[in-house]
Ligand binder design. Structure first.
Ligand code: GDP
Ligand code: IMO
Ligand code: MG
Length: 428
């Protein structure tokens, strides 16, 4: 297939970075289409660990083209810091990184509003990453946002920043009792960023379609996960963009008719960072065990991730709304030491059994998972590279997931490293 979307099938941190990096040698172009530096995508190559936030994970492969599409929100300082960090590791994005002039820019006031609105919500807070993501998308939809291209036009930038900061200062004083921000300072800072990122900025919609016409292989890198999607996720405990497959088109300018397939990244259990309902969450020793063995701490904020069993109701929903054709299953090795493993097959709500993922979080909060029990394999599977060598119990777990999701595996991952990977079906 020429064009593949890789999406997270749960609440993020499924191991998308690892999978994108793994597929990276088979494609020419890697595109981020939504989110911003709220993402933390980890890639481990031999003894080197990289955490990418805003740059596509394809940047680590030296001959690949990497694109930040129009659907992404860009914090220019975070971007420049990330580029500098990679340059120090001898990875140079010049001449192969492109940023959409239509992507929206995260401004200092977006970060302030993100944190202030969380504080105001108290126990109802979303638990955002505090990166200013939500308020930036709010301005985009309200049609007052500042776009990457605007940073290259000093008069337009000045006009937009002055207008926005005037409004921002009114709200900041009224709602948050904050001192006013200086439009001039922000302008000077962002004008400098504009000069530094200018070389990367272009109309990426034309670039992407041209690369497609040239028969280049293209991979979209989803950030966050299906259940954090602003439309399809556990609203309002979601991020502010469309992390599902549909976002790949709107966030890049490559139409759906030019997209051929979707790989879903599923963790062999479930994690979530931040607030919101999580039916299979384990607030017990097993949950702690999963957190310890899986090293489940946020790649962006360092927060401990909430852990629980695999939820097939949610996974089937993810297959449906994304049109997932292949499973990339990660972190199977994390289950190595468990005596028993459970998989949620349906929910009990009041006296009813439900198999559809509810749109109402008040229902989701109340559901009781119905579990199927699997005996653990109690062996280290991290060195296995051939499906047939998996213990019978592991195969039982894998076969059940495949049958329930009704799609085949592309990849099974048994360790964080690039080499800890089994290819079950070649899909690119
Ligand atoms: P992403 O946001 O979806 O890219 O995922 P993160 O990088 O935030 O979190 C996934 C974590 O699991 C990272 O620390 C990865 O290095 C690690 N990881 C990925 N695949 C595997 C795997 O198969 N086994 C183990 N043990 N760790 C993995
Ligand atoms: P990757 O791409 C896990 C969560 C936050 C919070 C909610 C809203 O690494 O999988 P935001 O800052 O986006 O407004 O926060 O979304 N969240 C993530 N959780 N992985 C991520 O990214 C996330 N990006 C945002 O914790 O609950
Ligand atoms: Mg992550």
């Amino acid at each position: 297939m020429q064009t593949l979307v890789v999406v997270g099938a749960q609440w993020g941190d499924e191991g998308k970075g690892k999978i994108i990096d793994f597929f990276g040698n088979q494609v020419d172009v890697i595109i981020r289409y939504q989110g911003g530096h709220n993402a933390g995508h980890t890639v481990v190559i031999d003894d080197n660990k990289y955490i990418l936030h805003l740059l596509p994970s394809g940047i680590l492969r030296k001959d690949k083209i990497n694109i930040i599409g129009n659907g992404v929100v860009v914090d220019p300082k975070a971007l420049l810091d990330e580029i500098d960090g990679l340059k120090q590791k001898d990875i140079h994005p010049d001449n192969r990184l492109y940023i959409s002039d239509r992507a929206h820019v995260i401004m200092p006031y977006h970060k302030i509003f993100d944190k202030m609105s969380e504080n105001k919500k108290g126990i109802k807070k979303i638990g955002t990453t505090g990166r200013g993501i939500g308020p930036t998308y709010v301005d985009k939809i309200a049609r007052i946002g500042i776009r990457v291209g605007d940073m290259l036009d000093k008069d337009l930038l000045y006009e937009k920043i002055s207008e926005n900061v005037r409004e921002v200062n009114e709200i900041a004083a009224k709602s948050f009792d904050l001192p006013p921000l200086s439009a001039n300072n922000i302008y000077n800072e962002y004008l400098e960023y504009g000069k530094k990122i200018k070389e990367y900025v272009c109309n990426t919609s034309y670039l992407i379609n041209k690369l497609w016409e040239e028969k280049k292989k293209i991979m979209f890198e989803g950030a966050q996960g299906t259940l954090l999607d602003v439309d399809h996720g556990t609203y309002p405990f979601v991020t502010s963009s469309n992390s599902t497959t549909g976002g790949a088109s709107t966030g890049s300018g490559l139409p759906p008719t030019k997209i051929n397939g979707v790989a879903g990244v599923f963790k062999a259990y479930t994690t979530r960072v931040g607030s919101g309902p999580f039916p299979t969450e384990l607030n017990d020793k097993i949950g702690e065990q999963l957190r310890d063995s899986g090293m489940e701490f946020g790649a962006t904020t360092g927060r401990p991730r909430r852990c629980g069993w695999l939820d097939l109701v949610a996974c089937k929903y993810a297959v449906m709304v994304n049109g997932i054709n292949y499973i990339c299953l990660t972190k199977l090795d994390v289950l190595n030491t468990l005596d028993y493993i459970y998989v949620c097959t349906a929910y009990k709500y009041k006296d009813r059994i439900i198999k559809e993922f509810p749109s109402d979080i008040n229902v989701l909060k109340e559901v009781e998972p119905i579990y199927k029990e699997f005996k653990g394999w109690k062996k280290d599977i991290s060195k296995i590279r051939n499906y047939n060598e998996f213990p019978i119990e592991t195969k039982g777990y894998l076969d059940y997931i495949r049958k329930e999701l009704n799609i085949d595996y592309a990849i099974i991952s048994v360790g964080a490293n690039r080499k800890d990977t089994l290819v079950i079906n070649e899909i690119l």
